[in-house]
Design a protein around this ligand. Structure first.
Ligand SMILES: Cc1ncc(COP(=O)(O)O)c(C=O)c1O
Length: 412
């Protein structure tokens, strides 16, 4: 099919009418793609080259510059970015690489693929509790779990929030501990004027559905070491050296072990386009969050039924969702209350995936942990949940509706 015919076809698809569903719904993400996102994606489809052409490289360069990191490498998901970080740390090309059995501290309030790459790389995960204010791993909980074998720390910047990263970084530097910042939920947040994800040796980001930007699937890993960057490039693509030794492009030269974690240009084009308007998305979400909290607190029905997690001091946050904690006396009715919200078309989900030690996979793989030390993570699982925070301004009637439905918690 020639270019013009393809263009006509794409135009025809765009003209299809959107259904006008007037019913109230409050999903985790409302229509994440703008018409310009779709236009950029269409350009890639029309070009015919769907993988690893210029758009991905341009996005990587732009991303690195914007967040203030020397290097950025795009991958097909945030999980892949975490996998690359861990496999880089054990790679034979890396100076001072980690070895089997070295310990990596990880918060028990974590995502599956923040944890598994640690185990897949042969390291021993050590679960630590999180701070109840910020939901993140803080220095106090790190210190409680430090041993002579601690060689890495996996921090999670939960839902745009963070701990005192400058102090954690200093602590790690002093002890030659590698710091990985899983910022899959925190693109665009800045702590002390520095982007989250750029404090550690590696920062990872996700562009999955409902994150700060979304290209469907997609992720990025940033680092400041050229050696690490070269290792990441070879690991991303089969162990090939073709992204590293430009003079070798024609050779099928494999210098490393490898995966295939390459992104599509299609997702790069959408991600890049959204990334350029990240500040706007960020400020809209912040306004929606403020308006929701104001509306709840000003309601006649308000009697501190919920608490909201607190941004770390000196954080310029880029929010992802709207997390809430119900009061302790309502823990038993939480399940019924969330069912009520879902029935009334407010989509809810756990904070990350709750206290990860409760997941069946932990038992199956006989992963060790000390339950008694993970009190806050358990509390966040028991009382916490989150709802969406759209990238378009919520109108008054929608805010009132959400407020009323949330304050129905009184009846449970
Ligand atoms: C903290 C965290 N890390 C990693 C991931 C994985 O990202 P992806 O879904 O892009 O693989 C997620 C996904 O939501 C996440 O929340």
């Amino acid at each position: 099919m020639n270019y013009n015919k393809k263009l006509q076809l794409i135009k025809k698809i765009f003209i299809q009418k959107k259904s006008k569903n007037k019913k109230f719904t409050y999903p985790l993400l409302t229509d994440g793609y703008s018409s310009s996102d779709l236009q950029e994606a269409s350009k890639v489809l029309l070009n015919g080259r769907l993988t690893m052409s210029n758009i991905t490289k341009k996005f990587e360069k732009y991303f690195a510059k914007k967040v203030g990191s020397k290097y950025a490498l795009m991958v097909n998901s945030g999980s892949s970015a975490n996998l690359l970080a861990l496999f880089c740390l054990i790679n034979p090309y890396k100076k001072n690489r980690l070895k089997k059995g070295d310990e990596c501290i990880v918060p028990s309030l974590c995502w599956s693929t923040s944890l598994w790459p640690i185990i897949q790389a042969g390291l021993s995960p050590v679960f630590a509790d999180v701070n109840l204010e910020t939901f993140t791993l803080d220095l106090k909980n790190i210190k409680k779990n430090i041993t002579k074998k601690t060689k890495a720390i996996m921090i999670l910047n939960v839902l745009g929030n963070c701990s005192e990263l400058d102090k954690i970084k200093k602590f790690c530097n002093k002890r030659n501990i590698y710091l990985i910042e899983d910022s899959c939920e925190a693109l665009g947040s800045k702590y002390k004027n520095k982007y989250l994800g750029t404090f550690g040796n590696f920062g990872t980001f996700s562009f999955y559905y409902s994150h700060q930007i979304t290209s469907g699937e997609g992720g990025m890993i940033v680092c400041n070491s050229k050696q690490d960057f070269n290792i990441l490039k070879s690991l991303r693509a089969h162990g090939w050296d073709r992204e590293i030794n430009k003079q070798n492009v024609k050779d099928f030269n494999f210098i490393n072990e490898g995966f295939n974690l390459r992104p599509l240009d299609l997702t790069a084009s959408i991600g890049f386009n959204q990334f350029k308007r990240l500040n706007k998305l960020k400020s809209t979400r912040a306004k929606n969050r403020d308006n929701l909290i104001k509306s709840l607190k000003l309601s006649k029905k308000w009697s501190n039924q919920f608490s909201f997690f607190n941004p770390q001091k000196n954080l310029d946050p880029s929010w992802f969702g709207f997390p809430l904690m119900i009061n302790k006396n309502k823990i038993k009715s939480k399940k019924n209350f969330l069912n009520f919200l879902n029935k009334n078309r407010i989509e809810t989900r756990p904070i990350i995936s709750g206290n990860f030690i409760n997941q069946p996979a932990i038992k199956k793989y006989k992963i060790k942990y000390k339950r008694g030390d993970l009190i806050n993570s358990q509390d966040i699982e028991d009382r916490g949940f989150f709802i969406g925070l759209p990238t378009e301004i919520l109108d008054r009637s929608k805010i009132n509706k959400i407020t009323n439905l949330l304050l129905n918690v009184n009846n449970f």
